[in-house]
Design a protein around this ligand. Structure first.
Ligand code: GLC
Length: 727
């Protein structure tokens, strides 16, 4: 882990320990003094990485206040912290319900049920599963009861979709999607019980819901308490009953986690699995609008979908409930100017509401800003469907925002300014999770043994087949490039930055390519006419020998599995052998020493030197694809368009999570590629200059111009996992 991540993980842990009350963690120091339902889920997810016992305690505290009908309250009040929040127990009057727990003070509504996901995270991270067993046995029936309650009391149509009956149940309190149903509620404000808001004592009123909204929130609470929290009565009389994609997606995903927990403790997983399937189907069929190609909340009172484009509509990706076609449509929308496109510059992705919608408000709570928890789920969902580049850009922002602007509750999508409460617990917890999941350095293993195996593993000539191509030798390079282009078209997904190795392996296109490579044995690259042709030829061949090697050597998870991969997989070209290392360091880097190795690839008399490229172009480092997640996405390089393509490759990389500039810290966090090839970029000042040239943000560009030489460099751990489809 880089030092800066280390430091901020420590900071995040400090925040969580400051907000820890002894039995649960407050969402924030003062604005939210009690225990909140889904906050606890997110907090436990962060703590699962370093304190199983506390993660467990959080969930135990929350579930100790579960109602006897299974409902898990949105808030469990801390008797010692009363007087700073509205509404409190004296207003909720949950004692009127026969189901409310004795000896606990709670609100009378619930929240998105993330708990099973959190418990699964604890299970996956614990060092001692046996010790966790009693907790799993304790919590499993309770989560099951919660989900049962939701399907029993909140699913009137039996279509797998559960409704929320108050905006606060959604977790996204003042989402613009709640405007139409709230406006449709005819209420007499004067007849409301008297109340005083407390939230605006802590945060400016213009960043919070309006008084008009609050009147409606209060009206609903008043209705529930009048009906003594009787679910049947509420179903009949409540004017706000919404099947929201966010709530249902979390429930759907949580069912999958619940089934995994069931298996871990020897219980039957079939019920949660049936629920998962039913809710996924409900989401797909009932919340999807085919004309608008997006998911929307369904208003059960009016019978209409609510056409507001908020990020809630993207959550079916997190649940895995969207079809491939639906996912593609969501991706189009997510990666557009409305929600900050990839490399748009000066924009943090994904804001909670369409930035081009009339009602978009950049600093107002759930009406525009970027929220860490939503983006954390969306990054997971995008990766699940293979949109790795976009998922990666979200993760970059999720890490940048707290480091640059503080661990706030929410952030301005355009400036990054943090709003709402500072030292916000779920921002801290999910930061920890992200760093641990994606930037934790894999244990080094046994480097000596690996190095020895790498040196001694035999080379494999990949183009030693007997079948020769039918084209004349002077057309071979063209045919080969054509075949690479076709394979790329059919088996590589550049939007997602991944390769479908399994299908490629069995395809005719691959067999044809293999036949053409056999012809390389008699091919003289010196015949390639121009410098651009030579450059494109070697880049494309490098990228394909890597894919060929992955397929032939049967690599599954990482090229590191095959010791000495970049030296072993070889093509015989014009009677000389070429490994990926030879192509990269010998030909394209003009016989430069690879990082950490003692020798240059070609000795003084090596005849392969005659094919070296005329001058080293550092942009090649973003075009060469080493079969790993941290590499650039694979492209086909066309000699006629080479410069523009190399520009694009460099721009994409510089604007990905592999390069993060922190002006406030006078630091740049960057891919190890820049460490390995510092010289190719012209040293550190050359690197700064290079980043400046391609960075999409004008603000960062000018900063680098003014302060470049003062910046400290820190390097990111390189993700060697295979760039294959799926996770
Ligand atoms: C606000 C948020 C909600 C969160 C709570 C405590 O009400 O809208 O999602 O759970 O604060 O952090």
């Amino acid at each position: 882990m880089s030092r800066i991540f280390d430091r901020y993980v420590s900071k995040a842990r400090e925040i969580l320990s400051r907000n820890w009350t002894g039995s649960y963690t407050k969402p924030s120091p003062s604005l939210y003094p009690h225990q909140w339902n889904w906050d606890t889920g997110f907090i436990a997810i962060g703590k699962a990485h370093y304190d199983t016992r506390e993660a467990e305690a959080e969930l135990r505290a929350l579930f100790s206040a579960q109602w006897s009908n299974g409902m898990l309250p949105q808030i469990v009040f801390n008797p010692e912290a009363l007087g700073h929040y509205f509404p409190e127990p004296d207003f909720w009057r949950t004692d009127r319900s026969p189901h409310a727990p004795a000896g606990k003070m709670t609100s009378g509504i619930t929240m998105p049920p993330l708990h099973a996901v959190a418990v699964e995270k604890i299970l996956l991270n614990t060092r001692n599963q046996a010790k966790l067993e009693p907790f799993l046995q304790w919590i499993y029936p309770r989560i099951l009861a919660l989900h049962e309650y939701l399907y029993r009391e909140r699913c009137p149509n039996g279509d797998g979709l559960v409704f929320i009956r108050h905006p606060w149940e959604s977790g996204i309190d003042n989402s613009p999607a709640w405007d139409p149903p709230l406006q449709a509620m005819e209420i007499d404000s004067k007849a409301l019980p008297p109340y005083t808001r407390k939230d605006t004592d802590h945060v400016a009123a213009w960043m919070r819901p309006t008084d008009r909204d609050y009147d409606r929130y209060v009206f609903l609470v008043d209705l529930f308490r009048t009906l003594q929290y009787d679910e049947k009565e509420i179903r009949q009389r409540c004017p706000f009953l919404i099947a929201d994609p966010l709530f249902n997606s979390i429930l759907c995903r949580a069912n999958r986690s619940l089934s995994n927990i069931a298996e871990a403790i020897g219980q039957d997983p079939s019920v949660p699995l049936q629920w998962e399937a039913a809710t996924a189907e409900g989401i797909r069929d009932r919340l999807w609008c085919p004309e608008r190609r997006n998911f929307y909340p369904f208003d059960m009172v009016s019978g209409n979908l609510i056409y507001e484009d908020t990020s809630s509509g993207f959550l079916p990706l997190y649940a895995g409930a969207a079809t491939r076609d639906q996912a593609d449509a969501l991706y189009q929308r997510i990666d557009s100017l409305s929600f900050c496109a990839l490399h748009q510059g000066n924009c943090y992705t994904i804001p909670n509401y369409d930035t081009r919608a009339e009602g978009f408000e950049r600093a107002n709570y759930w009406r525009g800003p970027v929220w860490i928890n939503i983006n954390w789920m969306l990054a997971d969902g995008l990766a699940r469907y293979g949109y790795n580049l976009k998922a990666d850009s979200l993760r970059r922002d999720l890490l940048q925002l707290p480091i640059r602007f503080g661990f706030h509750e929410y952030f301005d999508s355009f400036t990054g300014t943090g709003y709402g409460s500072d030292d916000f617990s779920w921002t801290a917890a999910l930061f920890i999770d992200l760093v641990q999941e994606y930037y934790r350095q894999a244990p080094a293993g046994r480097p000596l043994r690996r190095a020895f195996r790498a040196l001694t593993a035999p080379a494999v000539i990949l183009n030693s087949g007997t079948k020769l191509p039918s084209c004349p030798p002077n057309e071979l390079a063209g045919e080969l490039m054509k075949s690479i282009r076709e394979m790329r078209r059919d088996f590589y997904d550049d939007r997602r930055g991944v390769v479908d190795y399994a299908s490629l392996k069995g395809s005719e296109a691959f067999q044809h390519y293999r036949t053409l490579t056999n012809g390389l044995r008699m091919f003289d690259p010196g015949d390639l006419a121009s410098e651009d042709e030579r450059l494109a030829f070697w880049i494309n061949l490098y990228n394909t020998v890597v894919v060929d090697g992955i397929v032939t050597l049967d690599v599954h998870r990482s090229v590191l599995e095959a010791p000495g991969f970049f030296r072993r997989a070889r093509y015989l070209i014009g009677g000389r052998t070429f490994s990926p290392d030879d192509m990269e360091h010998g030909i394209l880097r003009r016989n430069a020493r690879p990082f950490g190795k003692p020798f240059k690839p070609f000795g003084p008399l090596d005849p392969r030197r005659e094919w070296m490229i005329g001058s080293l172009d550092p942009r090649i480092h973003f075009a060469l694809v080493c079969g790993s997640r941290s590499c650039a996405p694979i492209d086909y390089y066309d000699a006629g368009n080479l410069n523009a393509q190399l520009e694009e490759a460099a721009r994409s990389f510089i604007n990905s999570s592999e390069v993060m500039v922190f002006p406030e810290k006078k630091r740049v966090l960057l891919s190890e590629i820049f460490k390995w090839y510092e010289k190719d970029f012209g040293g550190r000042s050359g690197i700064i200059h290079f980043i400046r040239r391609y960075h999409a943000s004008g603000e960062i560009g000018s900063y680098l111009g003014a302060h470049g030489p003062d910046l400290q460099f820190e390097y990111l751990f390189y993700d060697w996992n295979l760039n294959r489809w799926g996770r």
